[in-house]
Design a protein around this ligand. Structure first.
Ligand SMILES: NC(=O)c1ccc[n+]([C@@H]2O[C@H](COP(=O)([O-])OP(=O)(O)OC[C@H]3O[C@@H](n4cnc5c(N)ncnc54)[C@H](O)[C@@H]3O)[C@@H](O)[C@H]2O)c1
Length: 285
């Protein structure tokens, strides 16, 4: 997709952080932006901000963890703007500093509901509407660098579980859409200065209710990239139909080191197989 002026973008989780950054950048590029979020008040303020950038913007209260809520919002966007060209399935929440065995089932339901089902619902409701007008478009799913590697010190195993799933889902979607005029990207930011570490404060009652206490946003996030930088990176990646959208150059070395470790684990298999009377059959594919 190379022309943005007058085209329609939907962004979930647009009341704050990266979603708002994308909305601002899309508006500056002349797009109409539908901003979806579960939190009404910050959403209203965010929409005002984007409108002030001479952008046409609407705000829709929607809970991405609920299929019917996303579908209703998608229908509203179409009714309002006539079409959908770009869909950014970006809403997300974080559970941090918790070991796997300390994560409650309510917390699993919450994080899988928003981070994974949210993306699935977005694909189901937005993709058919992008297809419908035949002029092509783009889907960007927000994973994380945490969808490609595990940072032990952060203790975010549930988050990483959802983000690895989003990365896999997005690659599968990309494969499905090869040869069409609809591009697909997975966004893998590292540290961006957003409200993500405050997301447990907004946890719905159904999933254990809001957490209180001081803001535990780490310095690396507070000193992180500006959300608009991520928005600009995303716009450029859509223009060039890049699949992986990384944001931090250092993470290239982290990913290399992880993959080298994984490959090194084949050495044990090789040694074991050398002494095994019946080697495991080779894959015929
Ligand atoms: N900030 C980072 O460093 C970073 C790094 C990697 C990935 N990410 C990802 O970026 C995405 C955006 O997060 P952010 O960092 O901008 O955080 P943020 O908390 O500032 O924004 C997330 C937005 O999602 C909304 N949201 C939460 N649950 C929702 C639901 N059920 N339905 C609709 N909206 C909902 C929140 O209200 C919030 O406005 C997330 O998927 C996050 O995992 C962030």
């Amino acid at each position: 997709m190379r022309e943005f002026k007058g085209r329609v973008a939907v962004v979930t989780g647009a009341a704050s952080g990266i979603g708002l950054g994308m909305a601002r950048v899309f508006a500056r590029a002349g797009m109409k932006v539908a901003m979806l979020d579960v939190r009404r008040e910050p959403l209203e303020a965010a929409v005002e901000e984007v409108r002030a950038l001479q952008g046409a913007a609407i705000g829709l209260e929607a809970d991405v963890s609920k299929a019917e809520s996303v579908e209703a919002a998608a229908a509203r966007v179409e009714a309002e703007f006539g079409r959908i060209d770009v869909a950014c399935n970006n809403a997300g929440v974080l559970i941090f500093e918790k070991a796997v065995e300390d994560i409650s089932m309510a917390e699993w339901d919450w994080i899988i509901g928003v981070n994974l089902y949210g993306v699935i619902h977005g694909i189901r409701s937005f993709l058919p509407r992008i297809r419908k007008h035949g002029e092509g478009g783009h889907i960007v799913n927000t994973a994380s660098i945490g969808g490609f590697l595990i940072t032990a010190a952060l203790r975010t195993p549930a988050y990483a579980t959802t983000k690895f799933a989003v990365a896999a889902l997005t690659e599968g979607l990309r494969n499905d859409l090869v040869g069409t005029n609809i591009g697909v990207s997975v966004l893998a930011p590292a540290a961006v200065d957003t409200g993500i570490y405050r997301s447990p404060r907004h946890r719905p009652d159904a999933y254990g209710g809001p957490e209180s206490g001081p803001d535990r946003t780490p310095a690396v996030i507070r000193e992180g990239a500006h959300p608009d930088q991520v928005g600009r990176r995303v716009l450029e990646a859509i223009r060039n139909n890049e699949f992986h959208i990384f944001t931090h150059i250092q993470t290239r070395d982290w990913l290399k080191a992880r993959h080298e470790k994984i490959i090194a684990d084949y050495d044990a298999l090789e040694q074991w197989e050398a002494g095994e009377p019946r080697p495991i059959p080779r894959l015929n594919m």
